[in-house]
Design a protein around this ligand. Sequence first.
Ligand code: GLC
Length: 792
Amino acid sequence: MLGKLLSYNVEENKIKVAFEKGEGYITVIKSGIINFFVPLLREEKLSKAVENLTVEKCEFNTTLKDEVLTVSTEEINVKIYSDFKVDVYDKAGSLLCEDYRGKREPFVRRAGDFKLAEDEGHELAKDLKDKVYVAKTMEEDMFFYGMGERTGSLNKRGYHYRNWNTDNPNPHGETFEQLYKSIPFLINFRENKSFGLFFDNTFESSFDLGKENPNYYSFASVDGNLDYYFIYGPSVKEVIKGYTHITGTTPLPQLWTLGYQQCRWSYTPEARVRELAKNFREKDIPCDTLFLDIDYMDGYRVFTWDKNKFENPEKMLKELKEQGFKVVTIIDPGVKKDTGYKIYDEGIKKGYFATDKDNVVYVNKVWPGDAVYPNFLSTEVRKWWAENQKIMTETGVSGIWNDMNEPASFNGPLPDDVMFNEDGLKVEHREIHNVYGQLMSKATYNGLKAATGKRPYVITRACYAGIQKYSTCWTGDNQSTWEHLRMSLPMLMNLGLSGVAFCGTDVGGFGFDCTGELLSRWVQVGAFTPLFRNHSSMGTRDQEPWAFDETTEAVNRKYIKLRYKLLPYFYDLMREAEKSGLPVIRPLFLHYENDSNTYEVNDEFLCGENILVAPVIEQGRKCRVVYLPKGDKWIDYWTGEEFDGGQNIIRETPIDLCPIYIKAGAVLPYYPEQHYVGEKQIDTLELQVFLSNSDETSSKYISYEDDGESFNYRDGVYNEYEISVEKKEVTNINLVKTHNGYTLAYKDIKFTVNNAEPTEVIVNGEGCAFEKVGNGVEFKITAKDDINIVIR
Ligand code: GLC
């Protein structure tokens, strides 16, 4: 493409390379992160994923010999050849990532007279007209992960995907190449050689992972710049850390957002919402959040209330809040075309909506009928949208749900040339389509932050890479089918690996009619996914925890209560996500890269590092095979039985039992039973220590504490406790308060040490009374900054 490599010059971290037919840029972001850039469309980057990136000053060397430029950092060597071909090596000289030099040879689609098939409704796969195209050599031992929200298996080898945010209400299946989100970030996993590729291009793009030809994998786009990042591991954890260094991590959410959430299209009128709230409390099923879908609005006009259905929303929200319920309302981007409606009038007056080429406001159709689309590309429009959030928060709304922001349209897709305006720069829809939902969520986030001062709770359906900074994501309109429960595991694991630590699916399924058994199994998964929201479509069978039979209700109660017990664990995981980018729901291989049996486990996941969940995802299953990763022992959460890692075991699975295994040696923090976050003032931190029966173990756990809602933690107003457990002949537990900034701290710490039969427990040199419980002991002590416990 660019011809012969001629010369280069270095300016700080940026290397400009002159080729015969143009220029290419290489930026050393960090010693393991390199950006490759060719300005094919425009000189500036205008990235919607990478904001405020700090490029650290770091050492690197450059040499040019025989038309090959070598850039060596502390971690990798990058070789750049003529035509901007790039190879990356690790410091031991192993080739990590090689540009493919062979011929592009797609497999042949024998379509024959395809017209005939079309008559029956079949569609012939279409290839994109690539303007930007990069192919890399594929090796046999490469596994592929990431790329956001995708149907299909955990390992993406052999798949082909597209990035074009799409609202397709048909049941999502493995044949779907695109869904609501576009996250063009790929993890290439090889033991000790993993790296990531982030293709920051917002036009319609595709990833082919050896489907076209097993000799290479590629990414391509219909337009835009060549702009991609190589992110070195060598572990996948490091790759995610690198990717979230560029695109941002998930900020710590308010604690209540980790509780159980109930949604349905449509909870109206007010009496129904109140009844729902009453049921949760009466039936002793914890719940923090209720959602209102589109029908709370006046004729689907965003930022309004239908006063026939909700006479006095302030009063209702206030009273619900007194019962511990937070209410989240949906806000779609489509603004009803309706003179006399404030939002429409204001937007028209100020020129805030997208237009056609002739500058006439563009109209399509969504829920309110004819509707116009805010130009979220403009800073001023985002400010306006942010300001409007006040209309909701001042009524008492606690979070905002952004939907239909692909953007969806009922009157055919938005044409490519619908015009948006980025603070003076005219931009076509085909360039910004994939970031429309992202920019809407960013505006929502900023608006909620300004209006409440609290950590914003935003949920979005459509987005682009980097969304985690602004919003949690749900995976759109799934169905109440076993297939969709099964699929949700690899989908959420890959979404998590793609930076979105806070995510979930509609528990119970959105479309179609759920059954008691399916809901029971789904809630067992939901209890371990960060976003835990039951949602269903209008016109489908009721799906609340009590909507079926007593067994289903009991199973729902049991797992929702388990979730509330584990709330501090989830909160600690979110804190970790903000610091390291690591997801909450993790594929097994993330912690067991040396155990090749874990690379393609689709039907189990780790919740953080310490809990392995092997849910039942098939109707009628009375038992299932559970793979326990090598190198650790695993304790059955329900029975306390201990198992060696590196084996498949068979676990009985009655309807109320989801197989859960705790890593031996681990510490889990628990909260007491509550119906909602804040129901009780929690003075005691309960720490459950899961010792191994047989093995020596050593582990570390960080427990985090703050006010659960404000941004004060960013000024140091939090506490952190480091707990280390070492089991040899005696067991030593040390708890050190490593950060002391929050005054309403735990007053006591209750330890439950499982698998221990001590004769004495010594706390800071003095004997401590303990009680025998189950197969362990329990004791409670006053919180101190430094606690040393010896158990023998
Ligand atoms: C879309 C959303 C769904 C919502 C519905 C009505 O289908 O994905 O969650 O309930 O619109 O707003």
